[in-house]
Design a protein around this ligand. Structure first.
Ligand code: HEM
Length: 422
């Protein structure tokens, strides 16, 4: 009897050892890890209504206060992990092999599934190269005078009118986007494109219910109309057989290897990416300058100084690329506005496998949302975060910045385009 007990114990021990040695390495260690703290809300609906029915700042801030900088939730039909520390944001944005870019299916349907935002790998790299090429200083340099004239038209049209700054900025950025995408051809399609974009953006953040009368339905209709206009522009260019130096020209080059659908989705996507984002930042700049008179005076002084030195050197009065390089104070105002306004509160990624981060499991297939706004507004990252203070971006000594180097955009290759644009 004793022998058989001994035998059982021995074989159990042996089995455990064998399991540890041979089997355990093949079972993902992450299976033992807990999920981040947080709440998943109602089945399927999750916490979507809470997020959409209140100020997102309040939603995120209350979660961070309760659960810390990493927490789980469930929005727009997807389980997700939200992160609000710069280190975690860098980790997620830089590990393309672990986290792929992803958007809710409704956004993909609306912008077009071939658009750059929804891809990785070679196709994504090719598109990024084409977009970057059209927004590199070499390409933008030549259109600075045209951009200046669009700005002048915009200002003149505001003369003597009570205006809504954001709407005027939207018109301005839309016209600049069309100029960089379609070159001088843009004027022909401006009004039709504008109408469609108006409906598209109104439905972009609505609940994705595709029933007649809903904002989402109207946006989807506008999206179809946009595709038709794009098809007309592409076909008319093909007939003319000219060389075009704008973004559409790049997309249409034979060596770009893009189908008409891919071209259309990406043109629509880039206009979408450029328009409201830039218009919002410009609007916030106007607000912050209005509220911070000493900063406004410094910007005006810098601009007048550039103009005066052009006059003294007998240069042409119009703005050129070199002038923009001298706008140090103005550039800091833009950077600080990007931080304080944080117009895109977060972005989406999806875990392609189970990932361990700081002792928690981020399960495969879950969405991960780096919360830019909370990072930019945390006193851990920026002193007096609510204060508009462009001087925090001054370079003080030997290339050091006064601010803690946590700007999450710097870490993501996707931001290269934005560093050039701004
Ligand atoms: C202040 C203005 C802007 C802000 C705040 C902004 C913000 C963003 C954000 C958060 C992303 C997603 C990044 C990611 O998930 O990795 C993005 C992607 C992108 N944006 Fe912007 N953007 C701005 C202006 C522009 C402009 C003017 C253009 C015009 C070229 C542009 C083109 C793009 C493109 C092409 C992508 C996709 C990049 C890729 O997938 O590699 N954006 N932007």
């Amino acid at each position: 009897m004793e022998l058989s007990i001994m035998f059982c114990l021995f074989t159990s021990f042996l089995l455990i050892v064998l399991f540890k040695i041979f089997i355990k390495p093949f079972v993902s260690k992450t299976h033992d890890l807990p999920l981040p703290p947080g709440s998943m809300g109602w089945p399927y609906i999750g916490e979507t209504f809470q997020l959409y029915s209140q100020d997102p700042n309040v939603f995120f801030a209350s979660k961070i206060k309760r659960y810390g900088s990493m927490f789980k939730s469930h929005i727009l039909g997807c389980p997700c992990v939200m992160i609000s520390s710069p280190e975690a944001a860098k980790f997620v944005l830089n590990k393309a092999q672990l986290f792929k870019p992803t958007f809710p299916a409704s956004k993909e349907r609306m912008l077009g599934k071939q658009a750059i935002f929804f891809h990785q790998g070679e196709y994504h790299a090719n598109l990024r190269r084409l977009v970057l090429r059209s927004f590199m200083p070499e390409a933008i340099k030549n259109i600075v005078p045209d951009i200046e004239s669009i700005a002048e038209d915009c200002l003149n049209s505001c003369e003597g009118r009570l205006i809504t700054t954001f709407l005027e900025m939207k018109t301005f950025t839309f016209n600049v986007a069309l100029l960089s995408i379609f070159g001088k051809d843009e004027i022909l399609y401006r009004e039709r494109l504008k109408q469609c974009y108006y409906s598209l953006e109104k439905g972009y953040n609505s609940m994705p219910i595709n029933l007649p009368g809903t904002l989402f339905h109207k946006a989807m209709k506008a999206r179809k109309e946009l595709a038709k206009i794009l098809a007309q522009i592409i076909s008319s260019r093909r007939q003319k057989k000219q060389d075009y130096k704008d973004l559409l020209g790049s997309f249409m080059e034979e060596k770009a290897g893009l189908s008409d659908e891919q071209i259309a989705d990406n043109v629509i996507g880039v206009i979408f990416a450029a328009r409201d984002t830039t218009a919002s930042v410009l609007t916030w700049i106007v607000k912050y300058l209005g509220e911070n008179i000493s900063v406004l005076e410094a910007v005006i002084e810098e601009q007048e100084c550039i103009l005066k030195s052009k006059e003294e050197n007998g240069e042409e009065k119009g703005l050129n690329w070199e002038d923009t390089k001298k706008m140090v104070v103005t550039s800091r105002v833009i950077q600080e506005t990007l931080r304080v306004a944080s117009i895109l509160s977060f972005t989406f990624r999806e875990a392609v496998e189970d990932v361990e981060y700081q002792g928690y499991l981020i399960p495969k297939g879950w969405k991960v949302l780096p919360l830019f706004r909370n990072i930019h507004h945390s006193p851990k990252n920026f002193k007096d975060p609510e204060k508009f203070d462009p001087s925090r971006f001054e370079v003080v000594c030997g290339g050091c910045k006064k601010w803690n180097s946590v700007w999450p955009f710097c870490s993501s290759s996707k931001w290269i385009a934005h560093h050039i644009t701004f």
